[in-house]
Each structure stands twice: as C-alpha cells, then as structure tokens.
Design a protein around this ligand. Structure first.
Ligand SMILES: Cc1ncc(COP(=O)(O)O)c(C=O)c1O
Length: 428
C-alpha cells in the first residue's frame, strides 16, 4: 500500500497536481484519476482537490455561500459542449442528463426534478402555484434571503396571505419548540431554509416536516446551501418541495438550479407558464384551440430553449462530488468550519458567535459579530488581504459569514484569524 501511495504521490507531483500553481484556466488539471483518492493521505488529498480549481492560489475564497467556484472538470464540460453545439449547429438537449445526475445526487425520482435558473425561480414556482387564499399563514423565519422572502411577500401583498416569521433557537430542540409555537389553525405552508443565508445554522428540517405533515401542512425547504455541503437525501427529509441551486456548494455552472416536487404533491402545484415541454399536446386548429394535460413529471414547470452546455456542466459537477464522496465532503467542510469556530471562540471575548455550537445545528458556515465593530469594515480588511467573506446585512443581523469548502484549508483560516485579531486590537 505504501508503495502504491508513493507511486501516486510521485505521479501527482510530476503532473503538478499537488502544487497550488495551476492558474491558467486552459491548463490540464490532472493526469491522475480521482478514483485513486483513497490511497492518499488526508492533506495530500485536499491539496489535490484544490489543484482541480482554477481559483488563484493567492485568493482565500471563503464565500462559497454566495457563489461556488467551479473545478476544471465542470468548466471543460461546458466549454466542450458549447463548442460541439456551435460546430454542429445542434439545438437543445441534455436535460435528461442533468435531471438524471441531480436525481441520483439528491435521492429522488427523475420525474420529481425540474431544471431552473436559480433558487428564487423554484421558490416562485411553488409560491404562486399553490392554491392559497387571503388569511392563510406561511411559516418562515427571521433569517430569510430576498430570494425566499420576496416571492412570499409579493403574494402577501397581492393576495393577502400572511407570512409568519419564527425565531431560531440555539439548538435543534429549541428551534422545534419555537416552530410549534408559530403553528396556528391557519398555517397552510411551512417554507423555511434548510440553512439560512445569515448565520449558517442547520435547521432540523426532517423533524419540522414530520410535524407539519402530521397536521396536513405543506412543506417547502429553501435548500440554497446544503446540496454539495451536506450529504443530503431528500426522501429522508420527506418534504413536499425542496428548492436548490447548482451554483453554490455543488460548484456547478452559474445560473443553474433545481426544484424538487414530490410525486404526491405534483397535482397541488398549478402550472402557470405554458410552452415547449410543459404539456402533452396542443392544437391551434381545433375549435376552440386547446391544450391537453400537463406532462406527468417536473418538466411541467420549465419550458423553451435552454443552454444544453450548462446541463452538461451540472452532470460534471455531480460527478466531481461523487468521485470525492458526499460524506467525505461533508466531513471535511464541517471539520474546517469547526476549526474556525473553535479558534474564534478562543481569540477574544469580544466575539459574539452567532452560529450554534451544537453539532446538529451547524454545517460549514460560521457567522459572528465583534462588540462595538462595524462588520462590513472587517469584510473590507479581508478583501485588502485577498480574503473573501460575506458581510450579512439581512434582517439587521450585521455579521460576517465565513463559508468553508473543499478547496480551503486551515492555513487559509489562520490568515483570516490573523486579520480578525488585528482588527480587534486596532483602535483599542
Ligand atoms: C438561503 C438562500 N435562499 C435563496 C437564495 C437565492 O438564491 P438564487 O440567487 O440562486 O436565487 C440564496 C442566495 O444566496 C440563499 O442564501
């Protein structure tokens, strides 16, 4: 085994794959198959993974929660497909390839997946498709992103439905208790983030969905963050709708997403946009002209010309994650986040940790404030040092959010900690 490991290490060194030096987007990323990962020592493995990204070696990118840099394999899949389309005058296609990959990745049936451009689009499809009337209540949280809040607040404005934002607890148990308190006889939908954009807290969505289901309440989970961060299985969560994107933690093409509508809930979501792919037949020559029924799968919610190259990119993103392993990714990204959280808690008593310390309630995002400090200033200090994080102004939370993904390492987190330390010490 040691000889085999050495051989692989030598090959990687020879190929340059173990150095951090690949900056050219056209560079060949790897000459050794990722299938040999099990033979590598931990740190070698993560260096190899980092070398799969064109992300510059002097960039400490800790904002995957906004947009995830793609690895070479995704970029090349898109480039190659675009070239093939343009060379051959091809039109459309690859939808099945993307749906198949997503269904496998998320643990669903293919017929339950619709392709979207982003999370906001998927949320709008459900928000407007459900049969709701004035006074019906929707449970949300006080930690929403505009992409989740916006559609519901617009429907509240136009149709008089009522958004009921709940607080989050410091533990899963507390959050479940707060959720129960928000329920009323008028609750028709629970629409909450799996991980909100603000403080990186993982909500106990499986338990919340089970309670809602037992009361006949529909459940939609805003899953902008977990796919590609946590090893999730949508059948296990057992929600009615789950909305995600490929451009954050999945490290896929920008402007791509998915909507999961469970087989049982499909008939509850009215189709409002017609077009190519939505229906089972239409006829402008009959009197009156008519459309048959909707297709009995997720294609009823998307239509028209799409970018087939991006769909190849979605497949490549799923393959990349599958080669590394969903559970291995979850372990690594959480380990980095834990490291950061522990170091921050030791660094200064001025630091207010907003991400729960309970392991059930945290993933790979750490959010914190510093007493008496403007956190957007800390974000700026980071930028000056090539460290990219996210300042969170949403819902007046005003904190800094740090996302840790598989291309990051502890040395990068140490550089961030140094900047934070200096920031706290300055003006004291
Ligand atoms: C929790 C959450 N929901 C929704 C969105 C909106 O995502 P998209 O830009 O893909 O529509 C985001 C984006 O950051 C988010 O963090």
């Amino acid at each position: 085994m040691t000889n085999r490991r050495n051989f692989i290490k030598q090959s990687l060194l020879a190929s340059g794959a173990l150095s951090f030096g690949i900056h050219d987007v056209n560079a060949s990323p790897l000459s050794v198959s990722l299938s040999n990962l099990n033979d590598l020592e931990d740190e070698q493995l993560w260096k190899l993974i980092r070398s799969q990204f064109p992300l510059l070696s002097n960039k400490t990118f800790l904002n995957n929660g906004t947009s995830g840099p793609s690895p070479f394999s995704v970029i090349h899949a898109i480039q190659n497909e675009m070239m093939d389309i343009e060379k051959n005058g091809r039109y459309g296609g690859n939808e099945d390839i993307a749906i198949n990959a997503l269904a496998r990745f998320l643990g669903t049936q293919q017929s339950e997946i619709s392709l979207t451009r982003n999370v906001t689009e998927g949320i709008n499809i459900i928000c407007w498709g459900l049969n709701l009337k004035a006074g019906d209540e929707i449970i949300m949280t006080k930690h929403e992103h505009v992409g989740h809040a916006g559609p519901w607040l617009n429907r509240a404005k136009l149709h008089g439905i009522v958004a009921k934002p709940m607080e989050l607890g410091k533990t899963a148990e507390e959050t479940i208790a707060l959720f129960k308190k928000t329920l009323t006889k008028k609750t028709k939908v629970v629409s909450i983030p799996h991980i909100p954009c603000t403080i990186g807290q993982v909500l106990p969505v499986k338990e919340i969905c089970a309670i809602a289901k037992s009361m006949g309440i529909l459940t939609m989970i805003d899953g902008a963050h977990p796919p590609g961060m946590l090893s999730i299985d949508l059948k296990d969560i057992n929600c009615d709708f789950y909305v995600g994107c490929c451009h954050k933690w999945m490290l896929g093409p920008k402007g791509t997403g998915f909507l999961y509508v469970s087989e049982n809930a499909r008939s509850l979501v009215q189709v409002y946009y017609g077009g190519g792919g939505v229906d089972t037949g239409w006829d402008m020559l009959s009197n009156p002209p008519k459309m048959e029924s909707y297709v009995d799968n997720g294609h009823r919610y998307f239509y028209g010309t799409q970018n087939a190259a991006l769909f190849k990119g979605i497949e490549a993103a799923v393959l990349f994650q599958e080669q590394i392993g969903k559970q291995r990714i979850e372990n690594r990204v959480k380990q980095l986040a834990n490291y950061l959280q522990e170091q921050l808690l030791k660094l200064s008593t001025d630091i207010e940790m907003l991400t729960p310390t309970e392991s059930l309630s945290k993933g790979a995002q750490i959010a914190f404030k510093i007493k008496g400090k403007e956190m957007s200033e800390l974000q700026k200090k980071g930028y000056e040092n090539n460290i990219i994080t996210r300042y969170v102004p949403e819902n007046n939370i005003n904190c800094l959010r740090v996302s840790t993904h598989i291309y990051n390492n502890e040395t990068e987190l140490d550089s961030l900690l140094k900047v934070i330390d200096q920031f706290i010490k300055n003006d004291k």
